[in-house]
Design a protein around this ligand. Structure first.
Ligand code: ATP
Length: 228
């Protein structure tokens, strides 16, 4: 479902005299249906950069990133947007808070965008918020003032409300207590059981051990000094 081959990335720092920073070369990995693969490697090794290239926030200029049959390297923006609408889910580390929109609406939004009936979408949102132990009195409020962990649970509920065939997870258990961490790990296992292909960054080794089938160390994709 995710096939990455020969991906390279360099940043050009236009505001710093055009300095060129090669950060990745020859990155290759694959994630099959029902599999969860963890990206590991030292801080700065390129885990987030690779995730952002798959999500399409960083442009991929070299190699191939194929997600469920769609080539994303050098793809037109509309191709990326269509994949995000239909196939690819992303649970980022932080919730993008939209003032004045109630929590249950934010969580239900991916289903509403698919044209799912509003009552059914809101009911599913509430079910997830309940599972993630977000107090009911908060469901009708905007998450602007929520704690870090509360915002993260809203973000996770939103990310898991749709049965995405492919999911990217960026630190989904960071800043959660043990009970909520266990709920998130269950959600990941359930997604795998229905056949989702999942690629994630998990700094928590126990979380990795609980849900991941394999690890890919991105340090292996760091350009050597000579090549740079
Ligand atoms: N937009 C950018 N412009 C310039 N350099 C960048 C940019 N994004 C990332 N980098 C550089 O790319 C390298 C890889 O960073 P990245 O954030 O992918 O690492 P990481 O493995 O996710 O690290 P961490 O575990 O600390 O989050 C770093 O040297 C970083 O400075």
């Amino acid at each position: 479902m995710i096939e990455i081959a020969g991906v390279g990335k360099q940043f050009v720092l236009h505001n710093q005299g055009g300095a060129v920073l090669p950060v990745m070369t020859g990155a290759s990995l694959s994630v099959g249906a029902g599999e969860c693969v963890a990206l590991v490697g030292a801080s700065g090794a390129g885990k987030s950069t690779l995730m952002r290239m798959i999500w399409g926030n960083y442009r991929c200029e070299e190699g191939s990133i194929n997600v469920a049959g769609t080539e994303l390297c050098r793809a037109a923006p509309r191709v990326v947007l269509e994949l995000r609408r239909s196939t690819l889910g992303y649970v980022s580390q932080f919730l993008r808070v939209i003032p004045r929109i109630p929590t249950r609406q934010i969580v239900a939004e991916p289903l509403l965008a698919q044209g799912i009936d509003e009552d059914a979408a809101l009911a599913k949102a509430e079910g997830l918020l309940e599972r993630l132990n977000l107090p009911q009195r908060l469901w009708s409020l905007s998450p602007t003032t929520f704690s870090g962990g509360e915002q993260q649970r809203v973000n996770i509920a939103r990310g898991f409300i749709q049965d995405w065939p492919v999911m990217l997870l960026d630190e989904p258990t960071a800043s959660l207590d043990a009970a909520n961490r266990a709920v998130v790990l269950d959600l990941i296992l359930e997604a795998k059981a229905r056949g989702a292909a999942i690629l994630g960054i998990f700094h928590d080794a126990d979380a990795r051990a609980a849900v991941c089938d394999r690890e890919v160390d991105v340090t292996g994709f760091t350009p050597t000094k000579e090549a740079a």
